[in-house]
Design a protein around this ligand. Structure first.
Ligand code: ACM
Length: 628
């Protein structure tokens, strides 16, 4: 027991050391700081016999990175001032396909792996060891790292339907995620608001389905439907040549793209092009962000406009076959995502022909009809040599053999699928929905829910009682109804993608919030230096109000170690001349605002929150995230 304790202390000290010396995200499995340090100037020799083209591509990316630091990587054998890169002759079983070892000695950097992907991941770590600023002389603190991922699916989902992003923007998103060893881009290519992938056999999908009338401001009731003869000018799509280019760009960053074609619901853009594929066959427009559904809580909803494919029509399966024939040729990865979420069955339930079909095929209700659809689609996808993955609704009415499940309505769908021995990717709203606000709603782009960095960091993809071998990994999802630009996509994604990356790469036992958030702040500097948008909401205070004996009471919290909060409730500022927060306090009645801000060593970090008392009154007992 005692030895175990001593080992634990040594391990924790090594982790703290990791923070002191380097701030690697995700934290490596094994990190040992050494006394050595490697100092060099504008030249390093590359000592490598690698011929493999994929590894050579990765090394060339390292070369490009080094040149941004003013360092030439020259192909010359040398004993000192080298980067030695090699593929193991005899595989190290622990490293598997994506692990690596990396050593910084007083003279050299030594990187090895079993496979090209491991070299890539080692290079990503090595880049994080460099100082952020370009300097004439560079010193890297000595270390020995052995590192490998916990899961093989480490994903981000990018929705390009609600807002369109250009090829260069998608590449920028891919490049940034590769820095954090995320290796799956789930590309949400179709939805009600736009069809974004060229399908040569079905040209109207992009001629019509990729374009909607331009509207501004929030999605919802303030957006109006298209006027008669109004031109659809907002949108775009990726040609097949562009898709091949993006797929290859991703491959060169160890990223597999999983394309999603969402069906049978979320199909309004497809139906705008081919309305005959719906039950009612009425003409449609591509949704410009207008409200066309009603939500009643508990997952119940109604679509006011039909946006669902007709699962009883053979022409629909011919359409799907054409789509997946081309999709399968464009994307070399193992999986195709068929969506399956939020399919409204109301138009199926009220249609006589659909009901007749169900009777004939002994399909007892619309859940079974959805399952019939999913099974047909799964067969089409597997006929193209691919595996099917879908949102957890594909469990409803019976799961198709071999289909993997992406669990988003919490973890329960994933748990059920794993118990049925199906593969699962966990991406629950509760930990992984990065379209949710990450700070106080008075300073964020307001949407209906919140997810703090701290909560995201507690994401554990393997629930108790589930056999871990069925959990492929985890993923964060960026829906883009409220994300119109790529800089804002970065703001919403980072730093929460750091937390996801550490949850799916690093051992659960090495996760430590204080250590993580300290490293995160170093990465803020990295983003600032490259002028990349990142949210620093984690530095803001968290405000919680409640009633005690009719008094309006306020608790403040922040998530940053060694920081303090100052506040005022009398309309005065700056707040450091107010009160240091120590315990819950009363907000008296009156025309006043709460002002609060976090400080470290008397310097403000994060934003000053300014919240009107009337707003606080409305928030009583609404628990913000991460209060306890
Ligand atoms: C989803 O968020 N509708 C998968």
């Amino acid at each position: 027991m005692k030895t175990k304790l001593i080992l634990l202390v040594i391990f924790l000290m090594a982790q703290v050391n990791a923070t002191a010396q380097h701030s690697i995200i995700p934290i490596p499995v094994n990190y040992t700081a050494t006394d050595a340090s490697f100092t060099f100037q504008n030249e390093l020799s590359l000592n490598s016999k690698i011929k493999d083209t994929q590894t050579t591509t990765y090394i060339n990316l390292l070369r490009d990175f080094l040149s941004t630091k003013g360092i030439h990587l020259i192909d010359k054998k040398a004993k000192k001032n080298c980067i030695k890169i090699s593929l193991n002759k005899k595989a190290d079983a622990q490293l598997r396909d994506e692990g690596y070892t990396l050593e910084v000695t007083k003279d050299n950097i030594i990187l090895s792996a079993n496979k090209a992907a491991g070299i890539f991941n080692g290079i990503q770590t090595l880049k994080q060891l460099f100082p952020i600023e370009k300097t004439d002389t560079i010193t890297i603190a000595g270390c020995a790292i052995k590192d490998y991922p916990r899961f093989k699916w480490r994903g981000l989902m990018l929705d390009v339907s609600r807002h369109f992003f250009t090829v260069d923007e998608v590449k920028a998103y891919i490049n940034q995620m590769s820095v954090y060893k995320l290796n799956v881009l789930h590309w949400h290519l179709t939805d009600d608001q736009g069809w974004r992938i060229e399908i040569k056999a079905l040209p109207k999908l992009t001629e019509i389905g990729a374009w909607r009338v331009e509207r501004h401001g929030r999605f919802g009731k303030d957006r109006t439907a298209p006027k008669p003869n109004e031109k659809a000018t907002y949108g775009g799509f990726y040609t097949q040549e562009q898709i091949k280019d993006i797929v290859s760009y991703a491959q060169n960053r160890n990223i597999t793209i999983v394309p999603e074609i969402d069906m049978p619901g979320h199909s309004m853009a497809a139906l705008a092009a081919y309305p005959e594929l719906s039950v009612k066959k009425e003409p449609k427009y591509v949704a410009p962000g207008t409200k066309f559904s009603e939500w009643y809580g508990g997952g119940k909803f109604k679509m006011l406009i039909e946006n669902t494919l007709n699962p009883t029509d053979e022409k629909v399966y011919e359409f799907i076959d054409k789509v997946f024939t081309e999709v399968a040729e464009l994307f070399p990865g193992e999986y195709i995502h068929m969506g399956g979420d939020e399919a409204y069955h109301g138009y199926w339930d009220e249609n006589v022909a659909v009901q007749k079909f169900m009777k004939k095929h002994k399909i007892k209700d619309s859940h079974e009809l959805q399952s019939y659809f999913v099974k047909r689609v799964e067969k089409i996808i597997s006929s193209k040599g691919k595996k099917t993955i879908g949102w957890d609704e594909i469990l409803d009415g019976g799961l198709a053999d071999g289909a993997a499940v992406m669990s988003w309505r919490g973890m329960k769908g994933g748990i059920a699928a794993a118990k049925m021995k199906h593969e699962v990717v966990m991406s629950p709203t509760t930990f992984a929905y990065i379209d949710y606000m990450q700070g106080d709603e008075t300073v964020e782009n307001k949407i209906y829910s919140s997810l703090s960095l701290e909560k995201t960091y507690t994401f554990e993809p393997v629930p108790e009682g589930v056999d871990a071998k069925y959990i492929l990994g985890g993923q964060a999802n960026l829906w883009t109804e409220a994300v119109p630009t790529m800089p804002f996509a970065f703001y919403m994604t980072y730093p929460r993608a750091f937390a996801i990356s550490e949850s799916v790469w690093s051992p659960a036992s090495s996760k430590n919030w204080d250590n993580f958030v300290t490293r995160t702040q170093i990465h803020f500097d990295q983003f600032d230096a490259s002028k990349t948008n990142i949210s620093k909401a984690v530095l803001d205070p968290i405000v919680y109000v409640y009633k005690k004996d009719d008094k309006l009471m306020c608790k403040l919290k922040n998530s940053i170690p060694n920081s303090e909060i100052y506040y005022t409730i009398n309309n005065t500022y700056p707040v450091q001349f107010g009160t240091k927060y120590t315990e819950a306090f009363e907000i008296p009645e009156g025309d006043l605002k709460l002002r609060a801000q976090t400080f470290i060593n008397e310097k403000p970090i994060g934003r000053a929150l300014i919240i009107d008392r009337t707003i606080l009154e409305k928030r009583v007992d609404k628990k913000p995230f991460s209060l306890d």
